[in-house]
Design a protein around this ligand. Structure first.
Ligand SMILES: CC(C)=CCC/C(C)=C/CC/C(C)=C/COP(=O)(O)OP(=O)(O)O
Length: 303
């Protein structure tokens, strides 16, 4: 009798399901999706498996719109400042989830070009919070092997914050376990415009001919370039607080990114929310406009 291959949790949910279907067809009375979900939940909750499980099912690059801090603070005792402070704690948790599950890069929207329109008080509070947080967290980030980058228009930020940003980038420059790209004073449209301006200048100076301008050339001039050069475009974008839009975040970079929206406000984002987002990603079939490529699978499921 032919022996079937053992099923291990180090395979993607679909591969596991296909193997189970052959070995134990009665299990499928529960439906493929349910089993896939159960297997994937087990896979994620086992810390041993999460460092060795299918790399294909885990996004390499996750982007987060950390939304809902202000509302969260207002609802819990009325102080929006607490919402932003708890937002920092949520970010610390998400960095840990990324490291545990083998995510290679995390890009977060910490302050948009549009956020400058908020009250003087809130903008000042956020700038100071960012400066203090970066200053305080750098030893911990460094000990966890996190390399920090910043994207956006840093010249618009207070000088004290710019100095801390430079120091954090320098101190973490040799780390490679996780890249944390913090988008500050960042807008997707503005970033594309500044990239086009750079290209115009290069054309004017004779360094580049107009017909040499390609998507790759433009992409390399975006402020998120270093992170993407190291780990690729975002695979999954998570937005919290129930809003379902990009709000000028990574407009170029998210052309083929899977989107995940949750009603949870960012300060409440916990391991269950993270697992749900990972599960959502693992269930997606990524085709990039074509047919053959299935990013979340180890094998082609036509076989
Ligand atoms: C050092 C570092 C990277 C710190 C990160 C701090 C942090 C979590 C910043 C996010 C700030 C922000 C504008 C969140 C969006 O929620 P919102 O205020 O727009 O919420 P709302 O939708 O309820 O108004």
């Amino acid at each position: 009798m032919l022996k079937s291959k053992p099923v291990t949790t180090c395979q993607s949910p679909r591969v596991i399901c296909r193997a189970l279907l052959k070995q134990q067809p009665h299990l499928f009375q529960h439906g493929l999706e349910k089993i896939s979900e159960q297997v994937y939940r087990r896979q994620l909750s086992s810390s041993e498996a999460s460092t060795s499980c299918s790399k294909a099912a885990v996004p390499s690059h996750v982007a987060c719109i950390m939304d809902g801090n202000f509302r969260w603070g207002r609802r819990r005792g009325g102080d929006w400042r607490r919402g932003h402070e708890e937002g920092v704690n949520a970010l610390r948790r998400v960095v840990k989830f990324c490291r545990k599950d083998g995510v290679k890069a995390l890009t977060v929207y910490a302050f948009s070009t549009e956020n400058w329109e908020r009250s003087h008080e809130e903008v000042g509070f956020l700038m100071r919070l960012m400066e203090l947080t970066l200053d305080r967290e750098v030893p911990e980030l460094h000990s966890q092997g996190v390399r920090v980058f910043f994207a956006g228009n840093r010249a618009a930020l207070p000088e004290a914050l710019q100095r801390v940003m430079l120091r954090v980038e320098e101190q973490t420059a040799n780390n490679s376990d996780l890249i944390l790209c913090v988008c500050l004073s960042y807008g997707g449209q503005q970033d594309i415009v500044q990239a086009v301006q750079q290209i115009c200048l290069e054309v004017q100076q004779g360094k580049l001919a107009p017909d040499q301008v390609t998507a790759k050339i433009l992409s390399e001039r975006l402020s998120t370039h270093t992170t993407r050069m190291l780990v690729g475009e975002p695979d999954l974008l998570i937005r919290t607080s129930g809003e379902q839009r990009l709000s000028n975040f990574l407009l170029w970079e998210c052309a083929y990114t899977e989107l995940y929206f949750t009603p949870t406000c960012w300060p409440d984002f916990d391991s269950r929310d993270w697992q749900d987002a990972m599960l959502h990603y693992a269930s997606r079939r990524r085709r990039y406009g074509g047919r053959a490529k299935q990013g979340n699978e180890q094998t082609d499921d036509r076989s």
